[in-house]
Design a protein around this ligand. Structure first.
Ligand SMILES: *Cc1c(COP(=O)(O)O)cnc(C)c1O
Length: 389
């Protein structure tokens, strides 16, 4: 087996990024300095949101978003099984129960019609969710308009997990703007659209949610006399008002984030060009390509194809192994969350979410990142053609 030469995703770091981080390292502040509010301002402006709260990673962002939503023991959070485990785990951190809504067979996002049916049942059973977490899978939002309409009817809070979708749009407006979600979560992990090494953020237009998120990020501590319960003992004084966490981002990370956001449009343009090119390169192969209707809306974190196994003599696993052997770092997004041992122990079983399970038997994530060259992409297409023969 040869070494992987073309990964499925990777960061793009240039001289401007290096310089931005170096400037912070030479400054007075490595954490809790001016780079954090600067990053938050750029992020909020880009997404047309009122507030952005930068945190240590998107998993932490999901956790404090759930707490800010009031999620706790006895409550329910629903999400899609076709996601990274963090979209569901955030409920468990709060002591709440998780359930899933199957995916739309075309967009591979949480199916708003399945959600509607499940809500009707849950209402009769007195078991409605407090929070629903739609995931902008591969960089395209779910049917957020329909989900928002259901949120108004059934009274749940919408936290969009847009970890894949920094820079994406939905109905002509930036993901994160809050038109269809109470809070939006971004990830800045190196394989995502822009990176801060590790990093995440919660965006919201709600002042009360913003205050709560800011508090939970930093131990539940305040230095604002207006928020204190007692009188100040002196200039050193602060109060811890609730049980928060240290979920802060460093200033080096935030400076990298500002620098990366300045390159976001170039990243998106390159990803979209690669999508168009894949459509040509893979034309005629027995594959289901990603839906093209959202081509210029999606941020294209992932480029997933589904094998039409009935039209080939090889198995999904064989195609995967052949590509890995050829040095193509293909991956699979995602193992349905309910099939992980932890969730099976909570009572989930195979067969419960058939669309997500069928998808899992056919999906392959091909390399997709801003630094992927045309030549390397052509190698991917050639190797895939050989692998499914
Ligand atoms: C990457 C990812 C996360 C977690 O992001 P981290 O920043 O690594 O914590 C959460 N949800 C989805 C859908 C992701 O892809």
């Amino acid at each position: 087996m040869s070494a992987t030469t073309i990964p499925y995703g990777r960061q793009s770091i240039d001289e401007s990024d290096l310089a931005a981080v170096a400037r912070v390292l030479a400054s007075d502040w490595l954490t809790q300095g001016p780079a954090i509010p600067a990053f938050e301002a750029v992020l909020a402006q880009r997404a047309q949101a009122k507030h952005a709260v930068a945190v240590s990673n998107a998993t932490a962002a999901l956790h404090i978003a759930c707490l800010a939503a009031g999620l706790g023991p006895g409550d329910r959070l629903w999400t899609t099984p076709n996601t990274f485990v963090a979209s569901a785990n955030c409920a468990r951190y709060c002591g709440a129960d998780v359930d899933f809504v199957d995916i739309d067979p075309h967009t591979w996002c949480l199916d708003a019609m399945a959600l509607e049916r499940k809500l009707a049942h849950a209402e009769r059973a007195g078991a409605l969710p407090k929070v629903v977490v739609p995931v902008a899978f591969a960089g395209r939002s779910a049917d957020m308009r329909a989900i928002k309409r259901l949120a108004e009817r059934y009274g749940f809070i919408v936290i969009e997990d847009a970890s894949h979708a920094v820079g994406a749009t939905y109905e002509g407006r930036p993901v994160g703007c809050g038109d269809f979600a109470d809070m939006t979560v971004f990830s800045f992990h190196p394989v995502k659209i822009v990176t801060t090494g590790e990093g995440g953020a919660v965006l919201t237009n709600d002042d009360a949610l913003h205050a709560r998120l800011s508090s939970l990020r930093s131990h539940g501590i305040t230095r604002d006399p207006g928020k204190m319960e007692g009188e100040s003992d002196g200039p050193w004084y602060y109060e811890m008002l609730e049980l928060g966490f240290n979920y802060r981002m460093t200033d080096m990370q935030a400076a990298l984030g500002v620098s990366q956001l300045a390159r976001l449009d170039a990243f998106l343009a390159r990803r979209r060009a690669l999508v168009r090119r894949y459509a040509t390169l893979l034309d005629g192969l027995p594959l289901v390509l990603p839906q093209s209707d959202a081509l210029d809306d999606s941020a294209w974190h992932l480029y997933v194809v589904r094998l039409r196994l009935d039209a080939m003599a090889v198995t999904h696993r064989q195609v995967f192994e052949r590509l890995r052997q050829a040095g193509i770092g293909v991956n699979l997004h995602y193992i349905p969350v309910h099939l992980h041992p932890y969730y099976r122990r909570l009572g989930f079983t195979p067969g419960q979410f058939p669309e997500a399970e069928q998808y899992y038997r056919e999906a392959i994530s091909l390399p997709m990142y801003a630094g992927l060259t045309d030549e390397a992409q052509s190698v991917v297409a050639d190797e895939l053609r050989k692998a499914i023969r």
